[in-house]
Write a protein of this length. Structure first.
Lengths: 281, 460
């Protein structure tokens, strides 16, 4: 197994997720439940590959003498992000017994993995930790953030489904018949947003505590920090609008999509901004 | 929530304005949008750079709006202040009614309301009297508080739990206020500065970051040693400063600090933030006689003339260069010296640190090289005091707990009504919760199923 290193294993996982996404979409488009079941098994295989890849990478880092948890750069965080998306999705699939959601969530995991594996800008080599990253807060921070981001990603997928189904209500086409009821989509995306908000808060907080022990300040209006706060503001707006303002349906779905756009920008876009120290590249 | 009072009281109007969720939503969205500006336009740069980059017109507009330091501008802090007032007023406005529910002496159940909520119904073969204790044990298994009321035709079991979870949202709001208060405490009573200390030396004051002014300390910081280590790839691995704190000249505390492991002393935090090299002080030189192979070692500092053994004369190091240029080649760090033999003319000697045998090229009978440049580091420290940190950290903990409680825990009420119908019973199980209604439906179903099984009743 000398050829099988973690990068190869994770590249294979990318394709497995690709197949899972394909099966789920196929099941929705051609209404073939068997393809959906195939999707579930493929997604499970993907999770197995994903976890093995992460563990193998951890072991490899110790073998080359710079051992650290594989959560230290963009590549490793994307790999973890994909894993959490698929894991949360499968829990939902099990409790709601509906595979159509898979068509809107597993592609996100596939895209994350594909971007990590194929983008020329992303280095998949195991790098030693620079002094600022040598902290136990690193693991807590990255895990909390990416569980939050994954939950928001799923809420995004659910919101898209909601808009499809909602716009289709009058025509009653067969196409969206197997989608969960709008009520369920609404409630489920709300659950995901609350879950994500809790973990985003925990992610920002662990980041702040870490920054305070590394640089002597818990908040510095760095672009990355500011964008995570912007994301927090957007989802806080959504929660208040829903809890207290009685907002419903479409407006919430749009806010959820805007929120996920802010997540994506916090994650990738910040690296494009001028004059900043990018610690997540 | 909104009372239609006819009132001319302006204070009431102000209160209502701040108690509205519309204001919260608008403030949160405004904060989200305006915060973007400071991430696109670099903050606190050199004004000359900004002027050049944006041109006079935009520079003046941006300066007027404090865009170059927007997160500390009056208008941005005003928005945050508004949000704080909004949070506090909203919470007070709603707390009284929540308080009445949470701390009510007599727990009240509105059976009509419960009947209208989610319910399961079934009939059983046994009369109500036989079911009472059986049902009560099932219900009290998953609900903290239970109460039985006799009715004309049977009985009703009321149960509830998680009443206190209604306070979760107030905890979240409190946490935001704590963060803001902690932040204010930091900016009023704290400071943030930095200082560079050469190895072996000590300082009594630091330079503040915002104003550039000097801030005296109650103690001295001495840097006993600084070390930087690298990975094979040349990436820095660890910066380590050995620090000693001195009070009245006496050492009272010492600690090795690295990035992520600061020194904390009497409310002041000292962080490893940078490092650099100083001009060498004492240089170890070697002088080799090319013919005999005899090696002599001597130490010298820059500008100090030393006498050489045998008949080699005198040598002086004239200067140090961080990047010496030799015929278009960068030799890196190097010393330049003058060798003055007893006979003949003085010669210029170049001593690059990375090329110890460079002086052989001079083809002289004496070969000079640098053995140890006596390189000295200085450590760059960040020195802060922030009395608001404990308040902020309390806010962090309260926020996480509050979010968890207000998102995932709810005040649940259950009612089991059993009525006599002939020799049999008619059972209704109804459940209600202030949050997550689908979750409560599932829970109600489960309890109804459990009751019907336990009592040996067929569902119908």
């Amino acid at each position: 197994m000398s050829i099988m290193n973690s990068s190869n294993l994770l590249s294979i996982t990318t394709f497995i997720y690709g197949f899972a996404a394909f099966f789920y979409i196929f099941a929705v488009v051609f209404k073939k439940p068997i393809a959906g079941r195939l999707g579930t098994w493929t997604a499970l295989a993907g999770i197995a590959g994903n976890i093995s890849g992460i563990v193998l990478r951890w072991v490899e880092s110790y073998k080359i003498g710079i051992g650290h948890a594989p959560l230290s750069n963009l590549y490793e965080s994307l790999v973890f992000f994909a894993l959490v998306i698929v894991m949360i999705y499968l829990v939902i699939e099990r409790s709601y017994a509906n595979r159509t959601i898979g068509a809107f969530t597993t592609p996100l995991a596939f895209l994350a993995m594909a971007y990590a594996s194929l983008s020329p800008n992303i280095n998949d080599r195991i790098q030693p930790l620079v002094p600022a990253l040598k902290s136990n807060w690193l693991i807590a921070h990255v895990i909390a953030c990416f569980i939050g981001y994954a939950a928001f990603a799923i809420a995004f997928g659910l919101s898209i489904m909601f808009l499809f189904k909602r716009n289709d209500l009058k025509e009653e086409s067969q196409f969206f018949k197997f989608f969960p009821d709008v009520k369920i989509l609404n409630e489920l995306s709300h659950q995901m947003i609350m879950f994500g908000f809790l973990f985003l808060s925990a992610g920002i907080i662990t980041g702040a505590v870490w920054a305070n022990s590394a640089w002597g300040r818990y908040w510095g209006w760095d672009p990355k920090e500011t964008w995570s706060l912007i994301t927090w503001f957007v989802y806080a707006t959504l929660l208040h609008a829903r809890f207290m303002g009685g907002w419903q349906g479409k407006r919430l779905a749009y806010l959820s999509i805007i929120g996920f756009a802010a997540v994506i920008f916090t994650y990738f876009g910040v690296n494009l901004l001028p004059g900043l120290h990018s610690y997540g590249q | 929530m909104e009372k239609n009072e006819i009132s001319g009281d302006p204070l009431n109007g102000v209160w209502k304005f701040f108690a509205s969720v519309k204001l919260t939503v608008s403030l949160l969205l405004t904060l989200a949008c305006t915060s973007i500006i400071g991430t696109v336009i670099p903050q606190n740069e050199n004004p000359a750079v900004d002027f050049h980059k944006y041109g006079e017109f935009f520079y003046r507009i941006f300066s007027f709006l404090d865009i170059f330091d927007m997160y500390h501008s009056l208008w941005f802090q005003f928005l945050i202040f508004f949000l704080a007032v909004n949070i506090i007023v909203c919470s007070i406005d709603r707390l009284s009614s929540t308080w009445k529910i949470v701390f009510a002496k007599e727990i009240s159940f509105d059976i009509a309301k419960l009947r209208k909520s989610y319910k399961e119904e079934f009939s059983g073969n046994r009369p109500p009297e036989e079911l009472k204790s059986l049902f009560l044990s099932v219900v009290s298994g998953s609900f903290k508080y239970t109460k039985v009321e006799e009715t004309e035709t049977g009985f009703v079991i009321f149960a509830e739990k998680g009443r206190w979870t209604r306070l979760g949202v107030y905890a979240v709001h409190l946490s935001v206020v704590l963060l803001l208060v902690g932040g204010l405490m930091g900016s009023f009573f704290g400071f943030d500065g930095s200082v560079n200390i050469p190895e072996g030396e000590s300082v009594k004051s630091i330079i503040l970051r915002n104003t550039g002014r000097e801030q005296p300390l109650d103690f001295e910081i001495r840097c006993d040693d600084f070390n930087v280590s690298f990975y094979e790839s040349g990436v820095p691995k660890e910066y380590l400063s050995k620090l000693t704190i001195l009070e009245n000249g006496k050492p009272v505390y010492n600690k090795d600090i690295i990035v992520n492991d600061p020194l904390r002393f009497k409310g002041i935090n000292i962080f490893q933030s940078s490092y650099g090299t100083l001009k060498p002080k004492e240089i170890s030189l070697s002088f080799t006689n090319r013919e005999t192979g005899m090696i002599y070692r001597q130490k010298a500092s820059v500008g100090e003339e030393i006498k050489l053994p045998e008949a080699f004369g005198k040598f002086v190091i004239k200067e140090y260069s961080g990047a010496y240029d030799f015929r278009g080649h960068n030799l890196g760090e190097a010393f330049l010296g003058i060798l003055t033999p007893f006979k003949g003319d003085p010669a210029e000697v170049i001593l690059p640190m990375h090329f110890p045998s460079f002086d052989k090229m001079r083809k002289d009978e004496l070969i000079i090289s640098v053995e140890d440049a006596g390189r000295r580091y200085y450590t760059g420290l960040q020195v802060t005091r922030d009395p608001g940190v404990p308040v902020v950290y309390t806010g962090f903990i309260v926020m996480i707990l509050g979010c968890f409680v207000s998102f995932f825990m709810s005040h649940k009420k259950l009612c089991v009504e059993v009525m006599k119908k002939g020799g049999k019973s008619r059972v209704m199980v109804a459940g209600i919760a202030n949050k997550n209604k689908p979750g409560m439906e599932i829970r109600t179903q489960r309890i109804a199923k459990l009751l019907s099984e336990k009592a040996g009743i067929l569902k119908g």
